[in-house]
Design a protein around this ligand. Structure first.
Ligand SMILES: Nc1ncnc2c1ncn2[C@@H]1O[C@H](COP(=O)(O)OP(=O)(O)O)[C@@H](O)[C@H]1O
Ligand SMILES: [Mg+2]
Length: 350
């Protein structure tokens, strides 16, 4: 068969593949590549003919390719590459991101090797996020559990007075309800995360939503003598009512928790550009510019002690953000440390 028709055949085969593929000659020059490879490596037409070292500058990779040409059946490797300037070690073309590539090198003819490349940057990051999450959850559950175990042990002491026993039982109760809150928030977050669950949407009004929010939150407001003012306009909105109630209630509970006693919280709604906006504003401690992007992360709190004191799990805003996303809506915050915060949840009217 003619050289030309062979390369046509190879081209057709690698074009049909899902992975990025490069074919190399013994000099480690690229002979053929598929479109995926041009896209992944950010080179348009210049790949065929180019030196592999110029495209992916990795000694590890060159060595692996040599081994394959010297008779090794196959080489697999995972390398971290940096987008940078030619001449740097482990660089590829681009703008400063770090990427992780998994590669397989195999000989397909005496003078021809194939490298298939998958970009596993995202998968790696997700698995890191997952590991972090598991370690966070364990840590969050461990703290109350340690208190429960400790005080339960103390309770076995037969010389305790009835008052002491009651006191320890109260601590155990407080810590176990904290664990229960963490677990039910986690279960809710997991179900909000599942794309396949579709939430039923019904028509309701801002006034109805606020009535429900009030019934969930008023005991906390009373305990801190917080004045919570609601203003709504009886406008209709289509949403999953119980989720929206939960989201707004989380914002109201935060406004109460992160404000001094006897302060004021305003809860209002308005319709703008086809969206219903629910705003909760407080005169509380506020949030610094650096913390604002982080408060929607799971378990992130600016002040851990204060959050725990108020019964927080560190998951409330993460839940609010998920509920906003499910409704194709947004959650925004403006805040000034020492002056207060305004959280605004917007969802489409229908
Ligand atoms: N209204 C608010 N004012 C000041 N800080 C807030 C407010 N709402 C939330 N925060 C900060 O964001 C963090 C995360 O909130 P959240 O996810 O509800 O967790 P939790 O309230 O359980 O700690 C809180 O710990 C707090 O530091
Ligand atoms: Mg909260």
């Amino acid at each position: 068969m003619q050289r030309n028709s062979i390369s046509k055949k190879y081209q057709a085969i690698i074009d049909a593949m899902d992975e990025a593929v490069l074919l190399l000659n013994r000099k480690q020059r690229i002979v053929l590549c598929n479109k995926r490879a041009s896209i992944l490596l950010a080179w348009a037409e210049e790949l065929p003919g180019a030196d592999l070292k110029k495209i992916i500058a990795s000694q590890e990779l060159s060595k692996a390719v040599s081994l394959v040409f010297e008779g090794k059946e196959q080489e697999r490797l995972t390398i971290a590459v940096y987008e940078g300037a030619a001449g740097d070690e482990a660089f590829i073309k681009g703008h400063g991101r770090e990427r992780t590539f998994r590669m397989k090198i195999s000989l397909i003819e005496e003078k021809l090797a194939a490298i298939s490349i998958s970009d596993i940057t995202k998968i790696e990051r997700l698995s890191l996020v997952r590991q972090d999450f598991v370690s966070n959850v364990s840590h969050e559950l461990k703290t109350p559990l340690t208190a429960i175990t400790g005080f339960a042990e103390t309770l076995t002491d037969e010389t305790l007075s009835l008052e002491e026993i009651k006191g320890f039982a109260r601590i155990i109760l407080k810590n176990s309800s904290h664990m229960q809150r963490i677990i039910s928030d986690l279960l809710l977050l997991t179900s909000l995360d599942r794309a396949e669950i579709s939430y039923s949407m019904t028509t309701t009004t801002d006034t109805r939503i606020f009535q429900e929010v009030r019934s969930y939150t008023q005991h906390k407001a009373n305990a801190k003598e917080t004045e919570v003012l609601y203003s709504s306009h009886d406008k209709t909105v289509t949403c999953n009512e119980s989720l929206i109630v939960q989201a707004v209630a989380n914002l109201v509970l935060n406004a109460i928790a992160y404000s001094a006693e006897r302060s004021k919280v305003e809860v209002s709604s308005r319709v703008r550009n086809g969206m219903m906006e629910f705003s909760v504003s407080d005169e509380g401690v506020g949030i610094s510019k650096e913390d604002i992007p982080r408060i929607f992360e799971r378990f992130y709190r600016v002040d851990k002690a204060r959050s725990r004191e108020s019964g927080g799990t560190g998951l409330g805003l993460s839940i609010v953000r998920h509920i906003a996303i499910i409704h194709s809506g947004t959650i925004k915050v403006t805040s000034k440390p020492g002056e207060g915060s305004v959280f605004t949840l917007s969802i489409p009217l229908s």
